[in-house]
Design a protein around this ligand. Structure first.
Ligand SMILES: Cc1cc2nc3c(=O)[nH]c(=O)nc-3n(C[C@H](O)[C@H](O)[C@H](O)COP(=O)(O)O)c2cc1C
Length: 287
């Protein structure tokens, strides 16, 4: 019995959402990164929350690590599962994509919510500080309604208001949904840039995105990036980060570097960002 909230987060948006919900509901907060290497994931909790960022919508929008986690869930049939997906511009497929994986494990996402947060990808340029503040405010104002849904075990899909496009978001989703897969070849080209494989799957290719990272001369060899990487993809060699090609491309190393010394050829001009209510120590997994 009880409530468990599992989360994955690169820059803190999904962590804040998961943490706020755990406090409100009185549930246990568990990093997905601490579970994903287990062979199977079973729990006695009867309410399960899964909070994650949207990644690469044309490929379904669910980060690799969250897919791996969901594929290991067992005995899900009698649970009330809710999922909250944070996103930068639009999250159209992610909840259904995760639902399909959980259905293959015998459960289902009973209630799904999307929350607009600052975009930590290249598009971060479109979120000025004022817009960011507005997004945080909208989250705080709507948290209660998610809680109320979960409390009475309500079912369905619910969008927290989108700060960037307002009421037209619903319309945008309807229009974008059927055509989003058309953007797959573009995303594939972007992923293939860093892999030697000519026909690797999305999952294989993503891991090589770390070849886009490099350090500038501000790197002091502090090792913050190695500590913060949720999948332990960075080893420090002669006080320099070396990426090990099992990358999630969560951008934690890029955004949290205290010297702004980690760069990526995919993120030229992107302003470093992390959620203001999250500290480095909140992001580092406890052993
Ligand atoms: C690799 C990657 C892909 C992303 N793809 C999308 C996307 O397809 N649609 C979208 O709206 N936001 C996208 N985003 C933005 C994130 O979903 C958003 O900023 C999220 O709130 C980040 O959460 P976090 O701080 O918990 O990591 C992407 C971010 C990354 C790093």
């Amino acid at each position: 019995m009880g409530t468990e909230i599992y989360y994955f987060s690169g820059t803190g948006n999904s962590l804040v959402v998961a943490r706020d919900m755990a406090r409100k509901i009185g549930g246990e907060l568990i990093p997905i990164a601490s579970m994903v290497d287990k062979e199977v994931i079973k729990t006695d909790a009867d309410i399960i929350g899964i909070v994650f960022p949207t990644y690469y919508e044309p490929y379904g929008g669910v980060p690799l690590i969250v897919r791996k986690f969901a594929r290991k869930l067992e005995d899900m049939d009698s649970k009330y599962i809710f999922a909250i997906c944070t996103y930068g511009s639009a999250s159209v497929k992610a909840l259904n994509c995760l639902d399909n994986i959980i259905k293959s494990r015998g459960g289902k996402i009973s209630a799904g919510f999307t929350v607009n947060m600052p975009n930590n990808m290249a598009g971060a340029k479109i979120n000025n500080v004022q817009k960011q503040q507005q997004m945080f405010r909208v989250w705080e104002e709507n948290m209660e309604s998610i809680y109320e849904h979960v409390n009475v075990r309500k079912e369905g899909r619910f969008d927290i208001p989108n700060v960037l496009v307002g009421r037209t978001y619903v319309l945008l989703k309807i229009i974008v949904n059927p055509i989003i897969s058309l953007f797959k070849p573009m995303t594939l080209r972007h992923l293939k840039r860093y892999s030697d494989s000519r026909d690797g799957s999305y999952e294989e290719l993503l891991q090589f995105m770390d070849r886009s990272f490099y350090t500038n001369d501000k790197c002091a060899g502090c090792g913050n990036c190695a500590k913060i990487c949720p999948v332990k993809n960075i080893e420090m060699v002669e006080e320099q980060p070396k990426w090990q090609h099992r990358c999630e491309f969560c951008l934690a190393c890029f955004h949290w570097c205290p010297k702004e010394a980690i760069c990526s050829s995919e993120l030229e001009g992107t302003v470093r960002y992390h959620h203001p209510d999250v500290k480095v120590s909140d992001m580092i997994l406890k052993d």
